[in-house]
Ligand binder design. Sequence first.
Ligand code: FAD
Length: 491
Amino acid sequence: MSQKYERIVVVGGGSAGWMTAAALVAGLKGRASVEVVESEEIGIIGVGEATFPSIRNYNQLIGIDEAEFLRATTGTYKLGIHFCDWLEVGRDYFHTFGHFGNLYGSQTLWAQHRRLGLTEPLGLQCVPTVMAMKDRFVLPSEQAEFKYAYHFDAVQYAAFLRRLAVQRGARHTQGRIVDVSRHADGRVAALQLDDGRRVEGDFFVDCSGFRSLLLGGTLGEPFVDLSHWLPVDGAWACPTERAGDELTPYTRATALESGWAWRIPLQNRTGHGHVFSSRFIDVDRARDQLLARLDGKPVAEPRLLRFTTGHRQRFWVDNVVAVGLSSGFLEPLESTSIYLVQDAIARLMVLLTTGRPLDENDRALFNEGAVRRFSRIRDFIILHYCLTRRRDSELWRHVATMELPETLVFRMELWRRYGVLHEYDEEGFDATSWLAIHAGMDHWPERLDPVFAEVEPELAASALRDRRAAIAVSVERMPSHHRLLQQVLGR
Ligand code: FAD
């Protein structure tokens, strides 16, 4: 059955809803009406959010100026994530969005580093990692090529996008949806609001958050539960005051007894949270563990969020497509939720801008792409856990010994046996990211390709030494993250 989409209704006004609406009005240029229905009374998730570099593509696509965006969302720059205590208590590593590079043409630098048995962190050969370690930031240039993302306040981001989308023609309707009516063939026809208003549409984007009002609720699409692999199911969040010049250009993720804690720096406050598995820790104890870690004065009461990791079996059914938490959630480690929102929007826009009626094949293509992305990110997140040497609590014993998805076993075998990092095009994490986690978790191939032995060890050692020194000197000249940000903000 093919479908029209002249009246598009977006259900929900969180980051997912307004990101979708802003992209639809920009991309469809008046060829369809866009109406966002949200309930202020229900509110949005909006904890301090960390993102993935592709967020910059989204912002550029809809014409957002970076300085204006950072001012509106109290945003900061993010070079990556500092992982503490994941391998063992006391061991740490960075996952930054930069590559380690090559030596001698095609020879990977990590392999020479490994062959020489160097004990210094591989990250010292990576520009953004050294920048992160020193709290420095510059925008990438030809000399220092790397990707970056942002930390920002998700509530402010949604409000910023709402202003922009409404200015460009989106309609904003406030009201609580209490009922959903359907056509005889099962398609959603209209939303019933609590004050009696009815919102009709021919295409619905479900951005209703964990409720999954249309896809999970009205259409009853089954949920694929991934909690056997990703066992966290709750988070306490509590922001603290932030002042002064110390401003880390990275998120910190510290492994705790039954989960992990995030630290996300914004301009005026620091987001703190404890993501935990209630199978292994009592909710109150999880809260106490967060409060004991705060490095500033709390500016709000701790807030509890509950979730189940997983996703809907299909993401697009009939005339309803789910974007954001309504489609699924893989836990906040590696900040992939907003990336998945953006990716879904991009794939949806490709189909909607064809201008032709969409049919079962389009939906199947979209669904297959979404499942693939969720599966790859799922595997990437599991990699952070399953390589641990921690055995000091039930959670760590569980993740170190659980049976892994076949797809991850395959990728880990490729790496362990042959030193191969399988590359997928443009879907989430690239080979460099996988290498950062393998290296950080001290997980290496059993043997190296004999080709690496062709270079004299002294020559390779001196090339690595020179490179490391050059990076250290160039980073030392860079401004602090705080200073650069003030410049960008015009302060
Ligand atoms: P929500 O923000 O929940 O919005 C749902 C909307 O639906 C609201 O506007 C609500 O009013 C509306 N709605 C629901 N029911 C009705 C109804 N009956 N009538 C009318 N309106 C209704 N993502 C990242 O990328 N990086 C991170 O660092 C990160 N950290 C996270 C930490 C935690 C603990 C959690 C739980 C999530 C985190 N996320 C993170 C995910 C991120 O918050 C969401 O993906 C993102 O904010 C999008 O949420 P959403 O818009 O799908 O849902």
